[in-house]
Ligand binder design. Structure first.
Ligand SMILES: Cc1cc2nc3c(=O)[nH]c(=O)nc-3n(C[C@H](O)[C@H](O)[C@H](O)COP(=O)(O)OP(=O)(O)OC[C@H]3O[C@@H](n4cnc5c(N)ncnc54)[C@H](O)[C@@H]3O)c2cc1C
Length: 267
């Protein structure tokens, strides 16, 4: 390996290089289909009547995720974002209008968000594979090079398990705790992407990466946007907090749930 500090010789190298992985590994002749996607997250101050430490939720209907952040704040993020985006050159501050639109969608589920004040925003870059699952395992024809990338927005919570199975793969020749063969780095070239028996409806490739929320069963995107525009009239204050590119975690303090099309009960 060539580094800024000279060459390092190692029998095994793991490319756990996040959004920078594709160009790096492409230089070996293998193309891992990992795209970069821009993401923006809003941190809101709880509205006066909101309860503390509520649920964490991934809501396929509004294409948002949200959770409490400490006792007095609420975090809201989007399922989708612009592709591609340079991991060395992406906006460090979220767009105010984009945050408004994301919050308006989430407010369809958590109605009290309509009157919650935006405190600050966070931006970052996902590195996404076509089936939203990571690529784990050897890179073909490059002996000793392993891929561990493509975490598609869920790599933080997976990291303990990924560390374990990658160490097993490398030390024992095979992951013991769970079979990771379906995650092999060549699966797209083989036409074998991972498909769960019961896929979430929001992960369709048609809507992924376009920045446009998918049309849901019995709920047209037109209706969703009309509601969003009505809510946007309640102008929120965006304070002068410094925006950062810190990555958030999805740790839940209350319950956790996932809402898919068909389950549209407001919390
Ligand atoms: C806004 C946002 C919210 C998120 N929320 C969640 C969440 O709630 N839950 C969750 O599980 N995940 C979440 N994620 C996703 C999670 O942060 C990522 O999946 C995870 O950080 C990926 O880890 P990684 O180690 O693969 O890549 P990274 O964290 O990107 O680390 C890659 C490292 O490789 C280094 N590197 C790159 N190229 C080279 C090179 N050529 N030589 C040497 N070093 C190199 C980089 O400097 C970097 O340190 C979120 C991401 C964003 C952006």
């Amino acid at each position: 390996m060539k580094t800024d500090h000279g060459e390092i010789h190692a029998p095994i190298v793991i490319a756990a290089t996040g959004p920078w992985t594709r160009p790096l590994v492409q230089s070996t002749g293998f193309d891992p289909p990992i795209e970069t996607e821009f993401h923006q997250v809003a941190i809101l101050k709880n509205a006066p009547t909101m309860r503390l430490c509520g649920a964490a939720c991934i809501d396929s209907v509004t294409a948002t995720y949200f959770r409490s952040d400490a006792s007095d704040k609420f975090l809201v993020g989007d399922f989708y974002g612009k592709r591609p985006i340079g991991p060395d050159n992406f906006p460090q501050r979220p767009s105010e209008s984009d945050l408004e639109e994301i919050i308006d969608r989430a407010a369809r589920r958590v109605l009290k968000l309509e009157s919650a004040e935006v405190m600050r925003g966070v931006t970052g870059v996902y590195h996404v594979t076509p089936d939203s699952r990571p690529l784990l395992g050897p890179v073909p024809q490059v002996e000793g090079l392993y891929l561990c990338a493509g975490f598609s927005g869920i790599g933080f919570k997976l990291s303990p398990a990924i560390g374990l199975v990658m160490s097993e793969l490398i030390l024992d020749g095979k992951a013991q705790t769970v079979d990771i063969t379906p995650f092999r780095s060549t699966r797209f070239q083989e036409g074998r992407p991972i498909k769960a028996d019961f896929e979430y409806k929001d992960t369709s490739s048609a809507s992924r990466g376009t920045g446009v929320p998918p049309v849901q069963d019995e709920q047209s995107s037109a209706a969703l946007l009309a509601d969003a525009s009505r809510l946007r009239k309640n102008k929120r204050l965006v304070s002068g907090h410094r925006f950062t590119d810190a990555v958030s975690s999805s740790a839940s303090r209350g319950g956790a749930c996932r809402v898919s099309a068909g389950n549209q009960t407001p919390l």
